[in-house]
Design a protein around this ligand. Sequence first.
Ligand code: SAH
Ligand code: SF4
Ligand code: F3S
Length: 440
Amino acid sequence: MRYHLTTFGCQMNDHDSERMRGLLESQGWSQTGERDDADLILFNTCTIRGSADDRFLGNLGDAKRLKRERPDVVVAVGGCWAQSQKEQIFEQFPFVDVAFGPSELTRLGELVARERIEAVGAFSLDGAFSSDLPARRERPHQAWVQISTGCNCVCTYCIVPSVRGRERSRPAADVVGEVRRVAADGVREVTLLGQNVNSYGRDLPREERATFAELLREVAAVEGVARVRYTSPHPKDMREDVVAAMAECPEVCAHLHLPAQSGSTRILKAMRRTYSRERYLDLVTRLRAAMPDLSLTTDLIVGFPGETDEDFEDTMSLVEEADYDGAYTFLYSPRPGTEAAETLDDDVPAEVKRERIGRLVDLVQATGRARAERFVGREAEVLVEGPSRTDPDLLRGRLEHNITVNFEGAAEPGSLVAVTIDSATSTTLRGRQSKVAALA
Ligand code: SAH
Ligand code: SF4
Ligand code: F3S
């Protein structure tokens, strides 16, 4: 019995997909790279923007064709889009056999193992933690470790709280136990995951609780763990103790993805982000004072309802003042059921949005490139990932700053090597390994 899995969306879905693989493979399924050969066609979906829905629906059309050719094939749809549609899926897409939300993926095995599968759905928002399932990791030396699920924020544009539910934290001992297990299994780098990762712990009973800063320190101290990352933090929960833990633990990487969304206090207010431009920039100043070499990346939304030229210029100047190493830029997409979609007109004309995002992307690239130049001439530590994607004669790895390096050298994936950086683009570095002979 073979399954084919397609994953869309964020790192949380990558994490969940590793668990779906682990679960299915523990029940005798094996993975195939071709949808045409699969007995089970499985999707892990995202619905963060309209474009995510469109991308998935294109793929679902392919599954419909295969189901027509081979009626025995099982089509299963999990994840955030499935949760947003619930039972409606079976009316709209009658060829779908199984659908389940992100909180119900621990039941995947049971859902697809039934004698006769027809329109079976599972959509509660408080199922078991998927992290308690076996994982089939795609990357042997890096692991996602979920520390919380769901989100209690009310960002007016965002559909995540309605599809992932209220925030729930995993007991600190479970998190650290998992980190110990993956480290013993050869993992060098762990990324702690949560929708609002740094609000961790407040919902736990006292005896199971740790603050996010305490958890960071505990994870960094685990034997074998060379690098710790986390995503995504909310600026409002970025407390001094977290900044101190980052600065003081050498294992915690000098990179922070700190979503700003907008540089205009007026728009931030309409988004219910609960910080102003000034407070965000003050946090950036404190981070840079504690970690002068920190790489900072962000998410920015263009064309939120009511965004004026002046608001947009505030976002442009935020990029310059925060001096980002990189940024994901998104066109505002009204999501059904969110406060913004229900109460605000999507009133920025499409051509204005396009013009704005074009300028923003150019600026982000220029800033990123200038920031990447700081590595040229440096000898930096690289965690080796494998051969370069573009040139098989080169190796690929990453700096703790989360920037990819293609380099000449000879080293095993999972090892840490010193690389002298020779040149930079806005997204990658090029270099050569120091002392190859000594290592070989
Ligand atoms: N929990 C994370 C990720 C949220 S989704 C966090 O809070 O940072 C990732 C990004 O998608 C968000 O940071 C935001 O920039 C963007 N996004 C979310 N909803 C959106 C929408 N309706 N339109 C456009 N971008 C959106
Ligand atoms: Fe969405 Fe805001 Fe929660 Fe992030 S913090 S998942 S943007 S509601
Ligand atoms: Fe998408 Fe769900 Fe992540 S909507 S961005 S897969 S939390």
